[in-house]
Design a protein around this ligand. Structure first.
Ligand code: BGC
Length: 678
């Protein structure tokens, strides 16, 4: 039994001196650890923490899920703010709100005395059926980057570590522990890696979680190419890699994980059992130098998060504050997407209504806890029914019989039971369950003024009922203030401004991952045969009309786009292009528009997407107000990954700059030419 070091002695050690350079402190601590202590630090204990080292006063480094609040199971039963899930936050297209969310989340983590938040989840939404789509942001790499970086920066500004997960190609839950995602280098480079690369290079994320699945035959936690070479050497990652929980179960060799750069195996030692590490070291399959370099990364993050510093010197925490709840509501209000509003039925006018019928399975259902590791228990959760009742109080009668009401509201969708929007198993249904479809058809027969509000985590098929419904609102999982946000939107206190971060296909077979069982869900292998043509890139390529396109969402007001200006029509290597447009609120309501900029390569030696998102701006405007929006493009925005030379290139030639209100509603366009020759 190693004796615990006394407080007095500990204080004298250089690594405890917060005035010293952080790297010096890390090195000092590292060289004091015995090899046995190093082995101990390579794996976790008690579910969500590292083991303590008594001889040097190293406390447990504690991790909690993520991604949309401090999850109940990993925070030993603490209540936390239930923020809208990632897909809803992404539908805000508001990076600043993502930053505020990151700060608030970190304050909650600090308040429970933990050091790392297991999020954001930045896997690409490849199939509508992935059970964890609600935890992920989007189908598009650019939007993914822009919404992930501020979350990471927000979290880490509070000296709490963020952990980007799940690296990489964990895009389905089916067979996630065994399946190999078979993918081309180009698809990795253009679609799946960019957000991870950006959170490392620009966001300076302190941790990355390796995935469960294999990538081209090699598990994420033993993947030297993806970890050691790309993440660490190419992108300069300084933090540590933690395995997803039990992700090392089917990996054979300890040395493969160590040599790939896996610092921390969670939740307990399997590949990193003392004996296994010791054997590998003795026979020379791993070196102490490699163990040191892996460990140094973990120690560095322990220092970043203040594990060795006086708690008073750290940013203070707070939990379940009014401020955090307001951020949760704001995200919901900006993330809810109005998909259909025939005859401008919305916003509702309280003064003109006597009775509203409200029904449907999600009308009063709480969603915070469930769905796997991300489940939260929060002090309260405003359901849609509560939110609507708050606004209607003493003004409008609420019942559940559509035939006797001025209008009917159905709150439909999924929940977090397994087989719906949940970890471990994918969604069983693309369409709503039969009983909900029957309900929608019955209610619309009884009352043609029917509003459907969806609570769910990703694209849903609607062909059986969409034409009968005049109003459709996609509310995602809108968090603990979701009911209020929904009510504020339908009664017009808030003008909807969210836009879809994913395409909604008409049929599942329209969607790129669903060409055959080989492309989803696969067996031992799942083939990403669609390559780079994920989401709208696929719908554009095959000219398939989606039910609702990427980037789409309605407002109660109208916007006019005009006066596209470009500072140069030809550009050369190293030059930037400055673009501006004017936008005018031509309708009758204050509102926000998300203006999107796509690039189209007109002349290319390889097939490229018809368009790719490369910029967006969200602007708030009063009626008749006009604003000039500016975009700046650099030559990288025009590049593609060329597998023939294994590198990114920009080919000379013509490109279209497309500016619009969604990926399928382009309002302005102009041509530019790249003239560099090399
Ligand atoms: C999930 C991770 C989560 C971890 C810890 C795993 O099942 O895939 O996202 O962070 O558990 O709870």
């Amino acid at each position: 039994m190693v004796e615990e070091i006394s407080e007095e002695e500990l204080k004298k050690l250089p690594f405890m001196n917060s005035n010293l350079d952080l790297e010096e402190r890390v090195d000092d601590l590292l060289q004091r650890l015995t090899i046995e202590e190093k082995f101990k630090l390579c794996s976790g204990t008690r579910g969500f923490e590292t083991r303590k080292i008594n001889s040097l006063g190293i406390k447990p480094f504690k991790m909690t899920d993520g991604p949309h609040g401090i999850a109940f199971d990993s925070s030993i039963g603490k209540l936390g703010t239930y923020f809208p899930t990632a897909i809803c936050r992404s539908a805000t297209w508001n990076p600043e709100l993502s930053r505020k969310f990151g700060i608030a989340l970190a304050e909650e983590v600090r308040d429970i005395g933990y050091h790392m938040l297991l999020g954001p989840g930045i896997n690409i939404i490849r199939t509508p059926l992935c059970g964890r789509n609600f935890e992920y942001q989007t189908e598009d790499p650019f939007l993914n980057i822009k919404m992930a970086i501020p979350v990471v920066k927000g979290i880490q500004s509070q000296k709490i570590a963020a952990c980007a997960k799940h690296y990489i190609c964990n895009n389905q839950e089916t067979n996630r522990l065994r399946v190999s995602s078979e993918i081309s280098e180009r698809a990795l480079q253009e679609i799946y890696l960019p957000a991870f690369k950006a959170v490392v290079k620009e966001g300076e994320v302190w941790s990355v979680m390796s995935c469960y699945n294999k990538i081209n035959g090699i598990y994420g936690s033993e993947n030297k190419d993806l970890l050691r070479e790309r993440l660490m050497e190419d992108w300069g990652f300084l933090g540590f890699v933690v395995s997803d929980w039990e992700a090392t179960t089917y990996i054979n060799k300890t040395e493969d994980c160590v040599n790939a750069g896996l610092s921390l195996e969670m939740p307990i030692a399997r590949r990193y059992r003392r004996k296994r590490l010791n054997n590998a070291l003795t026979v020379g399959k791993i070196s102490e130098k490699t163990i040191n370099s892996n460990l140094k990364r973990l120690l560095r993050v322990m220092f970043f998060t203040g594990l060795f510093d006086n708690e008073d010197s750290l940013p203070s925490g707070s939990r379940n504050s009014r401020e955090h709840q307001d951020i949760a509501r704001k995200i919901a209000e900006e993330g809810i997407v109005l998909l259909k509003n025939d005859n401008n039925l919305l916003p509702l006018n309280l003064g003109k209504l006597k009775t509203i019928a409200i029904l449907g399975p999600n009308v009063d259902k709480k969603m915070a806890y469930g769905g796997g590791s991300s489940g939260i228990q929060c002090p309260y959760e405003i359901t849609p029914l509560q939110g609507i009742k708050e606004i209607c109080k003493e003004k409008v009668e609420i019942n559940s019989s559509p035939a006797d009401a001025n209008l009917a509201i159905i709150v439909a969708g999924f929940n977090h039971e397994r087989g719906m929007d949940s970890e471990f198993v994918d969604r069983k249904l693309f369409n709503l369950p039969e009983d909900q479809i029957r309900l929608i058809n019955k209610v619309t027969d009884e009352n043609s003024n029917t509003i459907v509000i969806l609570i769910n985590g990703g694209p849903i098929g609607m062909e059986d009922w969409i034409d009968k419904v005049p109003v459709l609102v996609e509310a995602w999982y809108p968090g603990m203030e979701g009911g209020r946000a929904i009510a504020n939107i339908i009664f017009g206190d808030v003008n909807p401004s969210g836009k879809l971060p994913v395409s909604f296909p008409k049929k599942l077979t329209d969607s790129p991952a669903h060409k055959s069982s080989k492309t989803y869900p696969g067996n031992d292998k799942v083939y990403y045969d669609e390559g780079i043509f994920v989401g709208y890139r696929y719908f554009d390529k095959y000219n398939i009309e989606p039910l609702f396109p990427f980037g789409y969402g309605l407002s109660y007001t109208e916007f006019i786009y005009e006066s596209l200006k470009i500072d140069k029509l030809k550009f050369a290597k190293g030059e930037r292009i400055n673009i501006s447009i004017d936008i005018i609120n031509s309708g009758g309501y204050f509102g926000a528009e998300i203006v999107q900029l796509y690039i189209q390569d007109i002349e290319s030696s390889v097939e490229r997407p018809i368009k790719e998102l490369k910029g967006f701006k969200k602007v708030n405007l009063r009626p008749n107000e006009k604003s000039t929006l500016r975009f700046e493009l650099s030559e990288e925005d025009f590049a593609f990954f060329d597998e023939r030379i294994n590198s990114w290139i920009i080919e000379k030639g013509l490109f279209n700059i497309l500016i619009g209100s969604s990926s399928r509603d382009i309002r302005l366009q102009a041509q530019v030419e790249y003239i560099s020759t090399e």
